[in-house]
Design a protein around this ligand. Structure first.
Ligand code: SF4
Ligand code: SF4
Length: 193
């Protein structure tokens, strides 16, 4: 496989604080309502009552999600103006704003709804992995901001060797076909046993 940069997400330790999301908004100067990184909350379980005692078996966890620069990205295939492309040198999926016509087909096809419409100029924007920071050898803004060290990044194959190849947890859409470039270490309640 050619080079593919990827996110590492130790999802089991995410506390839903949104520091990553806010650092991303700050870095990319995003207005209200636009988020390149989104924090999804998921909860479930049940409880039983026996006499005066309540036995609870509930859980909650968070999943920080951005564009995952998919290996087989459907957003590239549906873009009528060929504005979205995969950069060969590192596998990043990027949008050429000049070519984007703002049709939002990429948003419709993305299982994570990662591309965001910018009403100010009628274009789509999304996570670019903070490529300017990467060039300086610095981590993306979200990675640096997380107080729990949930987020990391690296070459996909290296991350998979180290942490396994989980790219889905309960609460996320099924994305097996498009091969999102991230490696998850799931919360104990986020996987089916
Ligand atoms: S996560 Fe969505 S926007 Fe990003 S590459 Fe995959 S399909 Fe495209
Ligand atoms: S900053 Fe870290 S702990 Fe906070 S929401 Fe983001 S990933 Fe989770």
């Amino acid at each position: 496989m050619s080079k593919q940069i990827a996110f590492y997400v130790e999802q089991k330790h995410c506390m839903g604080c949104s520091a990553c999301q806010i650092a991303c908004k700050d870095k990319h100067n995003l207005p209200l309502g636009q988020n390149f990184r989104q924090i999804h909350a998921y909860e479930g379980g049940d409880f039983t009552i026996s006499g005066n005692v309540v036995y609870q078996n509930t859980y909650a966890y968070w999943i920080p999600v951005s564009c995952n620069h998919c290996v087989d990205a459907p957003c590239i295939a549906v873009c009528p103006s060929k504005a979205i492309f995969k950069r060969q040198e590192d596998g990043l999926v990027l949008i050429n704003e000049k070519s984007c016509i703002g049709c939002r087909r990429c948003f419709a096809v993305c299982p994570y709804q990662a591309p965001q419409f910018d009403a100010a100029n009628g274009k789509m924007k999304k996570c670019d992995f903070c490529q300017d920071l990467l060039q300086q050898g610095t981590a993306p803004a979200c990675v640096s901001a997380c107080p729990m060290r949930v987020l990391g990044y690296g070459e996909l194959s290296e991350l998979q060797k180290k942490y396994g190849d989980t790219s889905w947890v309960k609460g996320l859409p099924n994305t097996a076909k498009i091969k999102p470039a991230w490696v998850l270490v799931p919360h104990r309640d986020a996987v089916d046993v």
